[in-house]
Structure formats: C-alpha cells, structure tokens
Design a protein around this ligand. Structure first.
Ligand code: TRP
Length: 436
C-alpha cells in the first residue's frame, strides 16, 4: 500500500498539479479534477487492481489469462506496461533537474524572478552536461532499487522516503498557515471561477487524474498482483486516492501561499517550481533557504518512489516472458529510458530545435504528450471495457461483491458507462473531432 501511495505521489502532485491549476485559473479546475478523480479515477483504479489481483502475473499475461476469448488480441492491451518506460524518458530528466536544484538551494538561490528564469533557462537550453550528469544519477538510483525487487528494494525505499516527504510537507504547511498569503491561496484553490474553465481544462483534468493516480500503465496492476488474497481493493484504492489527493492539495496550498505572500504569479507553467518558487524562497530569508533545500529533497523523494513504479511493470514482463534475471531486466529497461532521456535533453538545447522538433513539440514534449494525453487514457479505456464487458460478470462479483457490498452496482455502472464515455470524449477532443 505504501508503495502504491509512493507510486501515486510524485512529480505529478508537487510539480504538475500546482502549475496546471495555475494555468487553468485555480478553483474551477480543482473542482473538476476532484470530481474526475472520484468518478473516473476511482472506478478505473479498482479495475486495474482487479486485473492484477485476479491475474497475479505481468500485464500481458494478465490480459491473456483473464480474457475468456480473443486472448491473443487482448494481450496487446498488456503493452500498456511499456508506457511507463516512455514516461521515464522525461521523468528521469526532471528528477535530474531536481537534484541540480538541491545544489542550487544549498549554494546560491536566485535573488529575483529574472535571475531565476535565467538559472532555469541556462540549465535547460544550454547545459546538456549538467542535465546528463543528474539524469545519470536518477537512472542509477532507480535501476539499483528496481534490481533489488519489490520487497527488497521498492518497498524499503517507500517506507523510508514517503514518511520523510510527508514530514517535510507537514512542516512547510504548518508554517504556511501562519502567513497572510494562506487565505489568498485557499480562496484561489477552492473558489471556482467558471469563466476560466475551458474544454482544455476538462481534458487536462482527466489526463492529470490518470497521471497522478498512476493509472493506465500497469504500476497499480503489478503491485496488486502481490496483494494478499484477503486484501481489500476498495480500501486500498481509497487509501491511495486519499493520500494522493491530500498531498497534491497540501503541496498546492503551500506553494500558492508562498507565491502570494511575495507577490509572485501563480500561472507560470512548468517553471512554477523551478522559477517562481526559488526566487520566493530567497525573499523569505533564512527560513526560505532551509525550506528550499527541504522542498527539493522532498520533491526528489516523490519523484524517485514514482520512478521505480514506472519501470517495474516492464521489468516484471521481461522476467516473466524471457526468463531474464531481475538485474538484467532492470538494466535493460534502465538503459532504454536513460538513452532516450539524453535525446530528450538534447531536444531542448538551443540550436537543436530544428531536428528534434516535430509539429511544434520537441522530443521531450512529445514524450510527455503522447503518454499523458494519449496512451494513459487509451489504456484506461481498454481496462474499463475489459473489466466492464469482457471478463465474466460472475467472476467479478465473486471477488468484489464481498469487498464492496451495496456499492458494487454503482461501481460496475461507472466502469461500464461513465469512465469509458469520459475517456472517449477526452480522446475525441484531443484529436480535434469534437470541441465543446
Ligand atoms: N503518479 C506519478 C506522479 O504523480 C507518476 C506515475 C508513477 C505514473 N507511476 C505511474 C503515471 C503510472 C502514470 C502511470 O508523478
């Protein structure tokens, strides 16, 4: 369970959630996001857990074994395990940035936003060496932990880093409450301004709900394959969803409090954490300096516990399918995202734009867009259809009814109709077929 929370709580919560909330204007987006998490996220999470719990193997074998017919076709749905390795192409690079920012926080924070922009810009567009160095560290840690296995590596890491992360956030949260900016941050996040809610915001909310809950690429599935038979999937998923949501909201409140307190802009995009925040930390003086170090350490912890979960499904598959040793499988997957990660780094370096950019997005952006906007929702749809219409209902009833009771029909309805419709609408919107 701690590993599933560790997988869920990641850069998505602390880096992405606050900045997309800022981009879409605050409260209304938060509300849509919370509703999506409950309506779509929860039902798909139970579906993904169920496939792992009933299948007990890697993603591909689970679909193959559980499908009553068309086994050879359904097994392709198991390829969703590959998505995690694609996410890792940029995720590991961002963890690298965070490592770099721990050193920035320890040595010299930028003294104003202009300087902060240049620190970030220089790192991203002019310093392939620095980025590769820290990306290498992220790759080595992730690979070493995955090579040690779920019990020996992943669980141990989560049991240490997750409480540390929560402790750091709690301290910062308590401090934030004492500041005047807190009430402003609170109303920014919880007072909906419907005029700012575009269809793009809705689509992002669904995409982000999947991303932040770690749905749609087999992380939750392979972890559930090791749930004890008497484990309760409803409790587990509510635990993960509550933990993930609370941490995202707390991180958002802390960051927005600091930003408002020092008059910085909330809608700064991906640079929010790397540009606005360091400058604000500088203005806060000694405590800001301390917080900046703690904050980037916490962010690195959040990133690493998610990174291992992104790699694990594919590693599991290689072990099951090709009888590879865990070490070999972990290194093979590691090298995959490591090498493409270097391409992602170069795609953002000044002067390279022309040959690593297609259709207005560079390779780094494509790795993000293809996964969050396309592959995760497709996999979510596949799982909802698989559980809602393909696996025999009696089998599902016998497993879930004792755990769910009266709630079972509500969940089953949502998996069959609400989640798939929401996901299809999102995809059609992304393809430009429908606009609303
Ligand atoms: N949920 C993590 C985050 O918020 C990222 C992540 C880990 C993830 N495992 C995943 C996203 C599986 C999608 C699928 O940063």
């Amino acid at each position: 369970m701690m590993s599933a929370v560790g997988a869920a709580v990641g850069l998505g919560n602390i880096w992405k959630f606050p900045y997309i909330t800022g981009e879409y204007g605050g409260g209304a987006f938060v509300l849509v996001y919370l509703i999506t998490v409950l309506l779509v996220g929860f039902s798909v999470m139970i579906s993904e857990m169920l496939i792992g719990y009933m299948g007990r193997r890697d993603c591909v074998a689970n679909f193959e074994n559980l499908a009553p017919r068309h086994k050879s076709r359904w097994k392709y749905a198991g390829w969703m395990g590959l998505t995690g390795s694609l996410v890792m192409i940029y995720y590991s690079v961002v963890i690298g940035w965070i490592f770099h920012y721990i050193t920035v926080a320890l040595t010299q924070l930028p003294t104003n936003v202009k300087e902060a922009e240049s620190v970030f810009g220089v790192m991203m567009t002019q310093s392939p060496g620095t980025q590769i160095f820290y990306h290498t560290i992220a790759f080595l840690i992730t690979t070493a932990v995955v090579a040690k296995g779920i019990k020996g590596g992943i669980e141990k890491m989560n049991l240490i880093l997750m409480p540390a992360l929560m402790g750091i956030l709690a301290v910062m949260f308590i401090y934030a409450i004492t500041l005047d900016g807190f009430s402003q941050a609170y109303s920014y996040m919880f007072t909906p301004d419907w005029s700012k809610l575009t269809s793009e915001a809705f689509v992002s909310a669904v995409g982000h709900a999947f991303f932040t809950l770690s749905l749609g690429m087999g992380s939750i599935m392979v972890y559930s394959a090791s749930l004890p038979k008497e484990g309760n999937m409803v409790h587990s998923s509510l635990f993960v969803i509550a933990g993930d949501t609370i941490i995202a909201l707390v991180a958002g409140l802390v960051l927005f409090t600091f930003l408002f307190q020092y008059g910085a802009e909330p809608g700064k995009g991906p640079g929010l954490v790397f540009i606005s925040l360091p400058a604000v930390f500088y203005e806060m003086g000694t405590i800001g300096n301390l917080f900046s170090v703690l904050f980037f350490i916490a962010l690195a912890f959040a990133g690493l516990t998610s990174a291992v979960s992104l790699v694990e499904p594919m590693v599991q598959y290689l072990i099951d399918k090709f009888d590879m040793s865990r070490l070999k499988a972990a290194v093979a997957m590691g090298l995959f995202f490591y090498l493409f990660g270097i391409v992602a780094i170069f795609s953002q370096i000044e002067g390279n734009a022309s040959y690593l950019t297609w259709g207005g997005k560079n390779f780094f952006d494509w790795a993000d867009y293809m996964t969050s906007a396309v592959l995760l929702p497709i996999a979510g749809l596949a799982m909802a259809v698989f559980v809602g219409f393909v696996i025999e209902k009696e089998r599902i009833v016998s497993v879930l009814k004792p755990q769910m009771g009266w709630f079972f029909p509500v969940w089953y309805f949502s998996v069959r109709y609400i989640a798939p419709v929401a996901l299809v609408v999102v995809m059609l919107n992304l393809m430009g077929v429908i606009q609303f």
